[in-house]
Design a protein around this ligand. Sequence first.
Ligand code: NDP
Length: 256
Amino acid sequence: SSRWSLKGTTALVTGGTRGIGHAVVEELAEFGASVYTCSRNQEELNACLKQWKEKGFSVYGSVCDASSRTQREKLIEQVASTFNGKLNILVNNVGTNIRKPTIEYTVEEYSKIMITNLDSAYHLCQLAYSILKASGNGNIVFISSVASTTNVGSGSLYAASKAAINQLTKNLACEWAKDSIRTNCVAPWYTKTSLVEHLLENKGFVNEVISRTPINRIAEAHEVSSLVTFLCLPAASYITGQIIAVDGGFTANGFE
Ligand code: NDP
């Protein structure tokens, strides 16, 4: 039924060429949305756009470094013109990390993590507000992390940037409910993507992670994209301001 369809809707997913963002682009498109995405690598983006076209998906894209203020402005202009000024879904997926002890972060590293994870998502919400509102049915989904609520050795800066995203989810949900914009947040645990490839190559590390995870394995990107998609569906019309973990039970687990 139409409660379980995104037919006729428009979406922007940042960072859609790999990992969770890639899975989100495909799943939103499978449910009928027209999707716009971006990444920093033109060749990889072109290859993805070609594959999506072959699969029959309606996906547009352009290069944008989400950590650049002027490039974000340009991106939203392109999205607005592609979708005639109406955007139903904004998925703030881009994120990065540098793991190290707190006292070792340089000023440059601090800026890189905070700008990529928090400033970019915040500014994209500001920029997209009017086209989300104009759609009459807007949705924002942030990608946080279980590191936003629990110390998991991600580094304190990443954790703080994601915790800020969690609170932003709640404030925007309340501030923009009057504009028919819902705002939710998905908090994954370890997921097989290029971001954490180097960590997942370490068998000992993976064993430690899954030993604390009731569903004894690492997540696949499509297990995260399914929740992102659900939150954007009309079926989720009364859900806003929520931070939902996709973590195989990790955050529910104490010890036995
Ligand atoms: P990946 O690094 O695997 O993929 C990131 C995607 O975003 C790529 O398409 C990349 O393309 C693009 N991207 C990265 N930086 C920028 C930028 N500055 N501007 C535009 N595009 C960019 O990451 P994941 O899929 O693992 O992560 C997605 C989100 O999920 C992040 O917010 C991350 O913090 C979160 N997360 C991931 C977890 C995991 O275990 N994987 C766990 C918890 C949360 P390109 O590099 O070419 O620009």
